[in-house]
Design a protein around this ligand. Structure first.
Ligand code: BTN
Length: 243
């Protein structure tokens, strides 16, 4: 996959810039990176704090040849690629908190996947990553950490981006062959809160149970009242067990 990197100083959102490029025909592997974002987007319509020059804000155009139900597995697949990059290239063992948080006991980063369809088919997917690199002070309502906070070292954001692109490249090739199903076991091995009691808050309903893992399209497998259920989306939080 040939990667063309579009380098920006300030943008509203790298996902928005990548979407415009994809609409204009940009090929798979096109990357947009910015030093700061004025309107960084998070999941569920939240904003993503993007202080200038401190962290990685990047988006990649993907054009997977799958139908929309299978494309769902891309979000956890990107999470797995990011965790592999952190563990193998940066020697920072990290986990994925389903579906898309990069986790080290606290939130180290997040992934925002935005899908555009054409009829029944996937036209393109924009995968955006926000990874905390240098920031050491976070908004009080966010339990977060950064590469700097975890290691005490200063990291070169460009090197982190290059490493992420290499791992994304490998993941995309694997995804094209077997989809997320081929990565399911690898994902479960780095899954935060596996075997723990959690609450999963969705937009309209909430579930409580023990995290069993994920299925072959990346849905969360939860044991609730003795029954295994699958969840497409939600916010997972750990429940404290009573003594
Ligand atoms: C989350 O809510 O956890 C996902 C956050 C994703 C943030 C990244 S930063 C780069 C890209 N551009 C955006 O506007 N959002 C994503």
């Amino acid at each position: 996959m040939i990667l063309k990197i579009h380098d920006h100083d300030w943008v509203d959102s790298t996902n928005a810039v990548a979407t415009d490029l994809a609409r204009a025909g940009a090929p798979e592997g096109t990357v947009v990176v910015a030093r700061g974002q004025r309107k960084g987007r998070g999941r569920w319509g939240r904003s993503w704090e993007s202080p200038y020059g401190e962290n990685l804000y990047a988006s990649m155009v993907l054009r997977p040849h799958v139908v929309p139900p299978q494309v769902m597995g891309l979000t956890p697949a990107v999470g797995l690629a990011t965790v592999s990059m952190l563990t193998e290239d940066l020697a920072i063992p990290a986990q994925v908190k389903w579906p898309n948080d990069i986790w080290q006991g606290k939130k180290l980063g997040g992934i925002l996947t935005e899908l555009t369809t054409r009829g029944e088919h996937v036209d393109f997917v924009i995968v955006g990553i926000g990874l905390n690199v240098q920031t050491t002070r976070f908004p009080s309502d966010i339990v977060a950490t950064s590469l700097k906070q975890l290691t005490g070292k200063d990291w070169d954001i460009r090197e982190v981006l290059n490493a992420w692109c290499r791992h994304m490249d490998a993941m995309i090739r694997e995804f094209a062959i077997d989809g997320f199903g081929g990565m399911q076991a690898e994902y479960e091995a780095v899954m935060a809160m596996k075997g723990e009691r959690v609450r999963v808050k969705g937009l309209t309903e909430s579930h409580e149970g023990v995290v069993l893992g994920v299925d072959s399209v990346g849905r969360l497998r939860l044991e609730e009242k003795g029954q295994a259920i699958m969840l497409d989306s939600g916010e997972v939080e750990k429940l404290c067990s009573l003594p």
